[in-house]
Each structure stands twice: as C-alpha cells, then as structure tokens.
Design a protein. Structure first.
Length: 207
C-alpha cells in the first residue's frame, strides 16, 4: 500500500568538496539516496515516474543554513550547490504510494536511515540498515510489534564479497541479485526526483 523512506545524513565530517557539488556528484538523491530508492522499488514495485513530485530546501534559504559546514561552499557555483532537504512522493503502477525524505542535517558521524512498508494488516519498519539492522513489524490481527535484530550484518562487506565471488568463481557461483536493467530503473527514479525538486525549487534573489 505504501513505502516511506528516510535518509538523514551526518554532514559535519563530509569534507570532500566534490560531494557538495552537483556537477561532480550529481547531487545527494542520485549519489546517496539511490539505495533507499532501490529498496522502495524492491518492495513497492515499478514506479509511474510521471507522478513524481518533489520539493527541496536550498542552501540560500534561511532554514538551509548549516552551522558546521566542512568545506568552503563559496568555491562552488551557487547553481551547483546541493539541497539540504529533498522530499518526494510518487505512485507505483499498482496504485500504492511511495515517499522519500533525504536530509543533510545531522552532525557527528552517525547517519539515520529507515524504511517503512505498509500493507493490509502489516507494518514493516527497517531501522539502521547500514550499521545495526533491526526490523520492527506487526502482523495481521495483532497489536503487538515484534522486532528482529540482525547481528554482525555488514552490507558493504556482503556486497563486495559477493562481487569478488562472482569474479573469482565464475558465473553462477554467487548470483548477482540485481540486473543492469533493474539498476537503470532505480537510477531513472533518482533523476526524476532530482529534476522534480529543481523544477519546484525557489530561486535565489539577486543582490
């Protein structure tokens, strides 16, 4: 029935200027939120990209001022500076609804990432998939929320290990779980979100 993804970045120590420059990194939705867009598609199905709507909080708006910027953003052309917040929603071909919030707002080191999946009788909430994954869920006819914690789960290690197994052991030894065709659909969704947010974004007032 619905997916709701949230990716809240800790920006204080991200001192790579390229990441803050859309002409270099393509922006946080394409470069960073792609993983949650991919998970959203995995659970929600194909997206009707004509329905994608998005709004952004831009660097020049009062609410977009960051107090612990790790780079000199004045060296990046204003039109290439990344948004601080992007909120998007869309319809899946099934009729279900999807949404995404990406934020550049936390300080320190730890990011916050969650994905909700809602279905008839079910509520699934995946929390902190990058560090200490936990799945909170309710079943049909039950008010009790259960939780499953996945110990020693390192998604980056698993991803790289699977790729190495494919190279070393040959085709079929370790299946690649996403085809290029499917990956391109996620890439297309991220660009639809970025384009929609830029279309609706406020423009800076000239001095």
């Amino acid at each position: 029935m619905a997916t709701n993804a949230r990716y809240i970045m800790a920006y204080e120590h991200t001192a790579k200027p390229d990441w803050w420059d859309k002409s270099q990194s393509c922006g946080p939705i394409v470069e960073q939120a792609t993983h949650l867009c991919d998970l959203s598609r995995y659970f929600g199905g194909e997206v009707d990209e004509s329905t994608v709507l998005a709004h952004s909080l831009e660097h020049f708006e009062p609410a977009g001022k960051l107090s612990k910027m790790p780079i000199d953003e004045s060296k990046i052309p204003p039109e290439q500076r990344i948004p601080r917040i992007t909120c998007a929603n869309w319809k899946y071909e099934s009729g279900a609804v999807g949404s995404l919030t990406h934020a550049v707002s936390l300080q320190g080191f730890n990011y916050s990432a969650e994905l909700d999946v809602l279905a008839d009788g079910y509520s699934l909430r995946l929390v902190d998939p990058y560090n200490a994954p936990a799945l909170y869920f309710r079943r049909p006819g039950d008010d009790h929320e259960e939780v499953v914690r996945y110990q020693n789960d390192d998604p980056f290690f698993s991803e790289v290990a699977n790729l190495i197994d494919c190279i070393e052991k040959g085709p079929g030894a370790a299946p690649i779980l996403s085809s290029y065709d499917d990956a391109v659909k996620t890439y297309s969704l991220t660009w639809s979100i970025r384009n929609a947010s830029e279309k609706s974004a406020k423009k800076p007032v000239s001095d």
